[in-house]
Design a protein around this ligand. Structure first.
Ligand SMILES: [Mn+2]
Length: 167
């Protein structure tokens, strides 16, 4: 099981609480950018994090490809691929990189869908949710045999019932 969060926008405590909850049990913890924290912050020990459009610290990378539980996981914020307009550009990039799972943030809304066998996942925002679901949230992904079990959770770490998926 691994954990994905995004767009914490200067709320360091929420990143820390999710890290504490999962650091012993998760195979990886990802943050898709717009943390607005320093890239040298010790909180990033044990978290894979990328640059968002609101991150002015140039110590962050635009994207990272990391193998987790035998899957190639691509992580980027999404603004460079205009994810607000859809996943066309990001999907070209993810397929070129050979990703199995492509994570992104930026839009502050939950997205979980498969395109050409690649799982695209936006965990929503842990600080500033937008759109249909006005809940601060993050996501956990369990990799089972040929399937992904995706659970969006609120900041009390409880599953959000409308946002549970098997893809
Ligand atoms: Mn943001």
């Amino acid at each position: 099981m691994f954990v994905v969060m995004s767009d914490s926008h200067y709320d360091r405590n929420v990143v820390e609480s999710i890290k504490k909850k999962y650091q012993a049990s998760a195979t990886a913890i990802f943050h898709c950018g717009d943390s607005e924290l320093l890239s040298s912050d010790e909180i990033w020990n044990g978290i894979t994090v990328v640059a968002g459009n609101c991150d002015y610290d140039n110590g962050y990378q635009d994207f990272i490809l990391q193998e987790v539980e035998g899957k190639k996981v691509l992580i980027t914020h999404g603004h460079l691929f205009y994810v607000g307009l859809g996943l066309d550009r990001y999907s070209y990039f993810a397929e070129e990189k050979g990703a199995d799972i492509a994570l992104f943030g930026h839009i502050h809304r939950p997205v979980a869908q498969k395109i050409n066998g690649v799982l695209y996942l936006n965990p929503g925002s842990v600080a500033q949710p937008r759109g249909e679901y006005d809940v601060k949230m993050y996501a956990t992904i369990e990799i089972t045999d040929r399937q992904y079990k995706i659970s969006y959770r609120n900041l009390q770490h409880e599953p959000i019932s409308e946002l549970q998926f098997i893809l």
